[in-house]
Design a protein around this ligand. Sequence first.
Ligand code: FEO
Length: 169
Amino acid sequence: MLSEKMQNAFNEQINAEIWSAYLYLSMSAYFEDKNLPGFANWMKTQWQEEIYHAMKMFDYVNERGGRALLKPIAEVKTEWSDAIDVFTETLNHERVVSSLINNLVGLAISEADYASNNFLQWFVAEQVEEEATAEHLLEQLKMINGLGHGMLMLDRELAQRSFVEPTQE
Ligand code: FEO
């Protein structure tokens, strides 16, 4: 059974994951508006990933005899100056999420909740990937520097991304 403290912390993180999904969906809408459907697709896939993260925690809280309590989702931004601005925010946001996951791990250890610690290790590894991917795309965008040819090539590449459930990878 989850302690109340651990349950509350998981509920905060479920909210943060859904907020992340909402942020990326807003970024997807921004890219649609800029006629960059590949970038929009990449962000929509990111939205699906974040919902997956939230649901993985939601199911875990229930499985451990806790109660998932859903809180309001805060407003997200709708405008950015360009793609570099979007991916700078994406990278910074993923770094914040990594620190939130690390705090959860710290709490699980201090509570001697080894099942939660074990569960959270999947998220620790996932965050390494999330940060690396965002950083990689941000660096590529800096190289392209907004030039049409490079933007169109990257847009075509990002159009290929689709959500794959981690168990099926
Ligand atoms: Fe759920 Fe992008 O971290």
